[in-house]
Structure formats: structure tokens, C-alpha cells
Unconditional design. Structure first.
Length: 459
């Protein structure tokens, strides 16, 4: 809304080269609002707007832009402007940008950093990809356990201006190892001569610098904190991770899971910015796999070709049977994958899930079976449409639905457990994959039931 209202005015100021008024217009807006304004503007206009902002404000605005907007701006800006922005960026946001760029571009940008900032950037990029070390910032405030409150407050006045967070202060020993934490509000209301050691809060939850980023997501969810300390293998404090950075990681993980659930390889870029060829390759593999799976369905139908010829009426219900099994399997796998993601269920709960899906599968299948019975038996032209043995047909369809829905529910629920046990991502058990697996089995169940009921009558 803000962007739509201001864009015409800002574009006019850019055309008139009135940079003084342009800066005055923008300086009262929050960085996130300015980033919103820039999103729908041309790259050249974005570059002009960033140039007129103060370097600290420009860096803050840059942090709120999407990755593709950041990359386009780096290409549009000159080396001097890029250097100003990169040197002012928070270390964790700068790392997130640099790790997405091609290696030559990253090396070029690293050379634009001040020596101390280059050392920080290279250090963070040296941690494993997708580790907590890539998402932490080394800008934090640590205090000594032997200090008093007065010494701490004096220390904060000297070094706290440029720190990312001050609501949690971390207490270290003489070797820099994490000992405890203390809240800033506790320090502020305490007497100045109070020893810090009397205000410590323990135990302190910390992440290891090599932990997977998903571990950080779980920790923030579990402890409901806005910042967590990061330690090395010796327990020494090396940085902090803030919840806003972890929320970005959680959003990306959720997006990848949703894409896998749709039956495709997760995209590594936004939909409109990923290359068309690369997107096709990521989708083609799964489509080919699912197509090969569906060919088994055709094979199964060929196996029962004789039964179909003898009782053509059975073919009327094939789409109904296999789609019901696929739908129940898709429901079950979606529920279990999400339950695993939010830690509602673990591997040890497989037998409880199996029991619940056994009961649910029978119940859901019975509901559909009841609908099918009513549909067939109450149809006015049932004898003409389904033949004189329409009652046996109705029983066949009803029992098949119970069996297929039961199998689909069990298959959809157990496949994520099997994949997790084999150390694969459960999201790989996508709804289309489960539906494909259930299709073949559904045909076998359907014609097996039909053969048992209709043998000697139609078959």
C-alpha cells in the first residue's frame, strides 16, 4: 500500500534528479517499508534510491529485500556503493547473500570488504553449508562473571551501540567459555554494586556451531526464545543466532517440504527466478517415476483382462476404487509428515499410528462403502445399468472400497516412518507417489474381491 502511494512521487523525483528531496522523503520511513517500495521498481531506480540513503539505512533496507532483488542491485550498483552496503550488512545476512552467489562473484565481493569484515565473512562461510555457523552473527555482548552491575552497564555504553541484540547478555569465564546468561532488564533494576554472579540464570541453552539449522528451529520452538548463543566444540562462545534468521530458514524448509509433497524435487530458487530448463529437470524426474509406476496399473489391468471381458460392468468402478485408495493414502501421508515435522510423532510411535490408521481406514472405507451401496441399490435404472446381479456388484464395490481405503491409509502412514528409518526425508513420500503405489494394489484388491463374490455368476 505504501509503495503504491509513493512510487509515482519517487519516480518523478528521480527523473528530476532532486536527490535532496528524495532523501528527505524516505528518511522518515522504516527500512522494511522502503524495501516494500523498492520491490516493484526498476533495477536502475532501486539503485538510485539506495545511493541517496545514508549507508547504514541503505544496508538495513538491503537486508529486507529478496535474494533476487539483492543480486540485481549488486549488478546495478557501482563497486563503491556495493562496498558501503556489504560492510554495513549484518554478518549473518551478508553470509546468506554470499553463499547463494557463484564462487567468482563471492570472491569479488569479499575483496570489497574492510579487512576486519572480510575476516568475519570468510570465517562464517567456512562453516558447513546449512549449519548454525552460517546463520549466526559474531556481534554479541559477553560479560565476565566477576563484574558488578555497574561494570556491566559501563561496558554496554562502550560496546553495545553496534550490537544486534542486548536483551540477553552471556557470561563467560576467563577462557571465553559460556557459563550462564543474564537478562538486561534484571541488570537495569539491580543495585549498581550487585555482583553479576548473583543474577545469573542457569541452565543456559546453547547451539553448537556445526549443528544443522533444523536443530536451531527445534530449539527456538522448544524454549520460546528470541536469541540463542552458539558455542564451538570447546564450549566457547562464538556468536548468537536470532529468531528472525531462523524464521527465514523455517520458511524455506516448509516450502521445500510442500514442493516435495506435490511430487517434485524441491526448487532452490523462487518460482519466477529459477531457470525454466532447471525447473523442468526438477519436475521431470518425479513425473517419469510416477509415470513408470502408473504403467504397473496398466499391467495389472491387463492381467485381469479376462475378468473385465466377462463382466464389463466392473470397469465402471475402476476409477472410483483406485482414486479412493489414493485419496486416503494422500491424506494419511500428509498428516504423518506434518506430525513428524512438528514432533507430534516419532519413530517409536509407529505402532500407535498403525493402530489408529487401521481403525480409521476401516471406518473411512465403511463410510464410502455405505455411499456406494446407496448409490447402486437406490438408482432407478440399476438393473439396466449394472445388470441383474446389481446387488452382488454393489457388495463387491463396497467391500473393495473398505479394503482399498484401509490399505491406502496404512501405506500412506507407514511410508514416512520407513523413509525416516532409512535416514531419508519423509517428505519424499509425496501424495502422488503414495497414490501411484496404491493404484496398483487397489486393482488387485478390487478384482480379487470380485472374483471371490462373482465367481460362478459373472466370472
Amino acid at each position: 500500500m505504501i509503495g503504491n502511494l509513493l512510487q509515482p512521487e519517487l519516480k518523478e523525483l528521480i527523473r528530476e534528479r532532486d536527490f535532496g528531496r528524495l532523501r528527505e522523503t524516505l528518511e522518515d520511513f522504516a527500512p522494511v517499508d522502503i524495501a516494500e517500495i523498492l520491490t516493484d521498481m526498476e533495477a536502475a531506480d532501486k539503485a538510485v534510491l539506495l545511493r541517496v540513503l545514508h549507508k547504514r539505512q541503505a544496508a538495513e533496507v538491503f537486508e529486507y529485500l529478496s535474494m533476487e532483488d539483492q543480486e540485481s542491485l549488486l549488478r546495478a550498483l557501482g563497486s563503491e556503493e556495493v562496498a558501503k552496503i556489504l560492510n554495513e550488512l549484518a554478518p549473518d545476512d551478508r553470509t546468506a547473500l554470499l553463499e547463494e552467489l557463484p564462487a567468482p562473484a563471492t570472491q569479488k565481493l569479499l575483496q570489497l570488504l574492510r579487512p576486519e569484515e572480510r575476516k568475519v565473512a570468510v570465517g562464517l562461510l567456512g562453516y558447513p553449508k546449512d549449519s548454525v555457523g552460517r546463520r549466526m552473527t559474531p556481534r554479541y555482548v559477553s560479560i565476565q562473571q566477576g563484574w558488578t552491575v555497574a561494570q556491566v552497564l559501563e561496558h554496554l555504553r562502550r560496546v553495545g551501540r553496534d550490537q544486534d541484540t542486548l536483551n540477553q547478555l552471556y557470561v563467560v569465564d576467563d577462557r571465553g567459555c559460556l557459563v550462564a546468561r543474564v537478562r538486561l532488564r534484571v541488570l537495569v533494576v539491580a543495585e549498581l554494586n550487585t555482583p553479576v554472579v548473583e543474577l545469573l540464570e542457569q541452565p543456559v541453552t546453547a547451539l553448537n556451531v556445526t549443528d544443522d539449522q533444523e536443530t536451531a528451529i527445534e530449539a527456538f520452538q522448544k524454549y520460546d526464545l528470541t536469541v540463542l548463543p552458539v558455542v564451538d566444540s570447546h564450549g566457547c562462545l562464538v556468536g548468537v543466532v536470532t529468531v528472525d534468521d531462523i524464521l527465514d530458514v523455517a520458511e524455506r524448509e516448509a516450502t521445500e517440504d510442500m514442493q516435495r509433497l506435490g511430487g517434485m524435487e524441491a526448487l532452490d530458487a523462487p518460482y519466477l527466478s529459477i531457470g525454466l530448463g532447471r525447473m523442468i529437470r526438477k519436475r521431470a524426474g518425479w513425473l517419469a517415476l510416477l509415470f513408470l509406476g502408473e504403467m504397473l496399473t496398466a499391467t495389472a489391468m491387463g492381467y485381469f483382462e479376462g475378468e473385465i471381458e466377462k463382466a464389463v460392468v466392473l470397469s465402471l468402478f475402476i476409477p472410483l476404487i483406485i482414486s479412493s485408495g489414493g485419496n486416503s493414502g494422500s491424506q494419511a501421508t500428509s498428516l504423518i509428515i506434518r506430525a513428524m515435522a512438528v514432533k507430534d510423532v516419532s519413530l517409536a510411535d509407529w505402532w500407535r499410528v498403525l493402530w489408529r490408521e487401521l481403525v480409521a481406514g476401516v471406518a473411512l472405507g465403511s463410510v464410502l462403502a455405505g455411499i456406494a451401496l446407496i448409490r447402486i441399490l437406490a438408482w432407478p435404472t440399476r438393473a439396466k445399468l449394472y445388470g441383474e446381479h446389481y446387488f452382488l456388484i454393489a457388495i463387491t464395490v463396497a467391500l473393495s472400497l473398505v479394503g482399498v481405503v484401509l490399505f491406502g491409509s496404512i501405506m500412506g502412514a507407514m511410508l514416512p516412518f520407513i523413509l525416516r528409518r532409512l535416514s531419508f526425508d519423509p517428505a519424499v513420500s509425496s501424495a502422488p507417489l503414495v497414490a501411484t503405489l496404491v493404484d496398483v494394489t487397489g486393482l488387485v484388491i478390487y478384482f480379487s474381491v470380485a472374483y471371490g463374490i462373482l465367481r460362478g455368476v459373472l466370472l
